[in-house]
Design a protein around this ligand. Structure first.
Ligand code: SAH
Length: 333
């Protein structure tokens, strides 16, 4: 479906529960028609909370005085090993924009993961880099890159980020990643400060036009010590509606039921699946660093270990009738 065939204003604002249920059902049916009753698991490995950026919403922003950590190559490979045994076939390396991550370091890590786990996809989510860096990482074996655009409205972008960050550069990164043959993920927070119905419609229009393979959206959750610590969290209901609309716009997209949704509501992720999501990213990070990757408050499963987190998620999915195939879960063309 395209933007003009959907009444986005109505879908985002109606208080008619029947209309909302219809939206979710239509989205879930469309997901099933492409991917079946399958939810793809990606093992999230939070590799560093060092960051050169100062995004106003983020709990690991540069200015925030917090304990910093960075995983070693061995720790990352251990996480992958654990994940592989648990049936994961995608590893997502996420982190702050850590200056220590030179192309040499990252290319070595990516190549080693691909050598040891040739049946797995590697996704990177390490913020903005130059085109040449993206090219080298792709050559080293990275398959996918997640870089949320955060907002498609340049004025809104400037209110969420310090002036040294540029909306244009973030968008340029997304175009470069696409050109270089990555499966590209973008997305935004729902209910970020200063977001409006108009900026959300711009987000949807941008996504409908760019057609990313993956779109990650989750509610904004305040992080203590940030300029936005007093702002309220985004709405679960609005997030679910946006997931469903994204499914209608991009039937083949990989749409995660995000940890932020699970953090705000005990069954937030299950509800996202009922609204058309088809990916969950359980945390594979080492138990002792999890709590330090605190991009927002009360993040889910910071106290548990990988096997526990995964068993819990599998049980929840089984209870609502979904399979978790041992599969890379690539985008279907
Ligand atoms: N440094 C990487 C990874 C950032 S963390 C990058 O820039 O892409 C991944 C995502 O978490 C961000 O893109 C942002 O949309 C989300 N996030 C950050 N702070 C958040 C908060 N307070 N509440 C909800 N989501 C947040």
């Amino acid at each position: 479906m395209n933007m003009s065939s959907l009444d986005i204003d109505y879908l985002l604002t109606t208080s008619d529960p029947v209309a909302v249920d219809n939206l979710y059902e239509q989205a879930a049916a469309l997901r099933d028609s492409v991917y079946g009753h399958n939810i793809f698991l990606r093992g999230l490995i939070e590799i560093s909370n060092h960051c050169r950026n100062n995004c106003l919403y983020c709990g690991i922003r540069r200015e925030l005085k917090t304990q910093r950590y960075r995983l070693t190559k061995e720790q990352i490979l251990d996480c992958c090993h654990t994940g592989h045994e648990l049936g994961f076939r995608t590893f997502v390396l996420q982190g702050g924009e850590d200056a220590w991550f030179t192309d040499e370091v990252l290319c070595d890590w990516v190549a080693e993961i691909k050598r040891r786990f040739p049946d797995c996809a590697v996704t990177l989510s390490l913020g903005e880099r130059g085109r040449e860096s993206f090219r080298r990482l792709r050559e080293a074996g990275a398959d996918r890159y997640l870089l949320r655009h955060e907002t498609a409205d340049a004025t809104h972008y400037a209110r969420l980020h310090p002036s040294e960050m540029s909306f244009e550069h973030r968008m340029q990164c997304l175009r470069d990643l696409r050109d270089l043959g990555y499966q590209v993920g973008t997305g935004f927070m729902v209910g970020s400060p200063y977001q409006t119905l108009e900026t959300l419609k711009k987000d949807l229009a941008f996504i409908a036009d760019f057609r990313p393979e993956m779109v990650g959206i989750g509610p904004f959750i305040p992080a203590t010590g940030t300029p936005f610590e007093q702002h309220s969290a985004g709405s679960i209901e609005l997030t679910l509606r946006l997931i469903a609309i994204l499914r209608l716009l991009l039937p083949n997209a990989l749409l995660p039921a995000t940890t932020a949704l699970g953090t705000l509501h005990p069954t937030g992720r299950e509800r996202a699946i009922a609204a058309g999501a088809n990916v969950i990213m359980p945390n594979l990070s080492p138990q002792d660093t999890r709590a330090l990757y605190s991009i927002y408050n009360n993040k889910l499963s910071t106290g548990s270990e990988a096997a526990e987190t995964v068993a819990d998620i599998r049980a929840r999915l089984k209870a609502i009738g979904f399979e978790t195939p041992v599969d890379r879960g690539d985008f279907k063309r």
